[in-house]
Design a protein around this ligand. Sequence first.
Ligand SMILES: NC(=O)c1ccc[n+]([C@@H]2O[C@H](COP(=O)([O-])OP(=O)(O)OC[C@H]3O[C@@H](n4cnc5c(N)ncnc54)[C@H](OP(=O)(O)O)[C@@H]3O)[C@@H](O)[C@H]2O)c1
Length: 296
Amino acid sequence: MIRRWHILGAGAMGRLFACKLLRLGLEPALLTRAGGRRRERLVLRLDQREESLGCDAVGVPALQVAEIEGLLVTTKANQALTAVQSCQTALAPGAPIILLHNGMGVLEALADSGLNLLAGTTTEGAYLDGNILVHAGFGDTVIGREGESAPRWFRSFASAAERISWTSEIDDALWKKLLINCAINPLTALHRCRNGALLDNPALRAEMELLCEELAVVSAARCNVRAASCALDWALSVVQRTAANQSSMLQDVLQGRETEIRYITGYLVEEARRLGVPCPRNEALLRQLDSAAVSH
Ligand SMILES: NC(=O)c1ccc[n+]([C@@H]2O[C@H](COP(=O)([O-])OP(=O)(O)OC[C@H]3O[C@@H](n4cnc5c(N)ncnc54)[C@H](OP(=O)(O)O)[C@@H]3O)[C@@H](O)[C@H]2O)c1
């Protein structure tokens, strides 16, 4: 049993998971880059209702050695490596670390660290409106380590936060999420459009279909048969469900923040190179969005 989860990355996802744990009487602590120990108020808006919850917050420099029993990492992919390294001395030996960001590559970068790493992916939707956390859409969260059954602590964690399950096939779950992000996020960020435009605008839809053809070929080369045949259907179904949304990559571009492109399309392109499969359209998108980030 893990008595307290620390949540690294007090943005939209971090606060959402803090609220989930708080509602069930658990006492998570939000980790921030700076500051000491304090109490913060989290205001969660769902539909028209607002709920206010008190939550402990701790600046990473104020953590004690081996204080963290369990760590949920909810930074962006491009921030995760530095963030985890910043609190490494505060981790108790063997403390589980759940990486919940979009995109891939961080797990591999930490593979030799000896840390007890798990991966997760979520379809929850949330954003910050000033200081208010807006829970924009309910979703499911899967957490796991390939080929392994759930550890003992997972039962209490999953029962504390709704719609969380364990999977021993996390690689497939992460790959599926990667393909969906590759098909939707870069196009919406480049053309500065909401997700629904990928259905409504024939030129954008055609572009998404061509991207998905490449994603299918890369998936087939990885022997991921289901992804090879479903990439476009998965992307279309998410676009339909989230037509009114701005993708997180578009939000990052609009706010002049670094995007997760290198961990999304960048990871896909690297994987295609490793397998000797061409994916020129994804490569072009990567170049365009990488240079857009540089010009900010
Ligand atoms: N929001 C959603 O609806 C949603 C849905 C599914 C998946 N996701 C994925 O979940 C991940 C998190 O998304 P988000 O929307 O929650 O992002 P976010 O609002 O930008 O939150 C990230 C938080 O991490 C903090 N952070 C970064 N580096 C840190 C460090 N070294 N130490 C402490 N804190 C640090 C950031 O602080 P600063 O602001 O100071 O940098 C920020 O508060 C992303 O990979 C995203 O793609 C999000």
